[in-house]
Design a protein around this ligand. Structure first.
Ligand code: NI
Length: 270
């Protein structure tokens, strides 16, 4: 995993602040830095994890960047209060994005109406603060694209995180200012994402792990960590017959386009 070729990778979606990393967070960060990861973007989930997320950000200034938002799986009866907390934090200090937000119909369909309401309210917050949005969609890609069409304007932009859709859906998202977040699923046999990614222009893609979830092969089913974003980059390079550096350069540039409110000064370990 050592960064023998000097490359700069970005993990655009990683939950490094969760308890799964409590025992070895510093080692895990060092492995990621050695693998060439120069930036880590932390999506929020809900008010229960904000303190841990912000303390990880302060422990790695300039490398780890926090988002603010309410995850669709945390949209429950108290979601208006949760949105109030999101709103207050956005007024209190800068964040790199609003996330993760969206619609999840895999775990709970009964909350669809309030998930849509929370999603639209957070899109409005993103427009008001001129921030990108990081979208979680599960069993809901068409619905998400419909809402984006409706909300579309020159400020709306972001990432469709954990993209697993079709080439047509990717094209539609990109035309509305959204990059596709590619993670461990691209290494799974029979997921079909490898075929889709081999057809997508590199200009549309950013890389992510979604740690601790969705570890790539050969770690599938185990804890994921940010160092493995390099495995994702290698897989994308193989699918497109490119070298790793070309994939790193393009996806890191795309990440810069999206996260346009932070400083991109970084140094690579080599
Ligand atoms: Ni996530």
């Amino acid at each position: 995993m050592k960064n023998l070729v000097e490359i700069a990778l970005v993990d655009t979606h990683t939950h490094l602040y969760l308890k799964e990393f409590d025992a070895d967070r510093t080692d895990m960060m060092n492995r990621a830095l050695e693998a060439g990861v120069v930036k880590f973007f932390l999506p929020n989930v809900d008010s229960r994890v904000i303190d841990e997320m912000l303390s990880l950000e302060s422990a790695f200034p300039g490398q780890v960047h926090a988002m603010m938002g309410l995850h669709p799986c945390s949209v429950k009866d108290d979601y208006q209060q949760e949105l109030e907390i999101v709103k207050n934090w956005l007024e209190k200090r800068p964040f790199c994005a609003i996330g993760e937000i969206g619609i999840d119909l895999f775990w709970d369909k009964t909350t669809l109406d309030i998930q849509i309401d929370a999603f639209r309210k957070q899109i409005a917050l993103a427009k008001a603060h001129d921030l990108p949005i990081i979208i979680h969609s599960r069993d809901s890609t068409e619905l998400i694209l419909d809402i984006l069409k409706d909300e579309r304007d020159e400020r709306l932009r972001g990432i469709l995180h954990c993209f697993t859709g079709t080439i047509e859906q990717a094209a539609s998202a990109f035309s509305m200012g959204f990059y596709l977040g590619i993670g461990g699923v691209v290494t799974f046999k029979n997921a079909g994402l490898d075929k889709v990614v081999s057809e997508l222009p590199l200009d549309w893609l950013v890389l992510e792990t979604d740690s601790p979830y969705l570890a790539p092969m050969p770690y599938r089913g185990k804890r994921n960590e940010s160092a493995y974003v390099r495995i994702v980059a290698e897989k994308v390079a193989a699918l497109k017959s490119l070298d790793l550096k070309a994939v790193a350069n393009a996806t890191t540039n795309n990440s810069k386009n999206i996260f346009d409110k932070i400083s991109w000064a970084y140094t690579t370990l080599s």
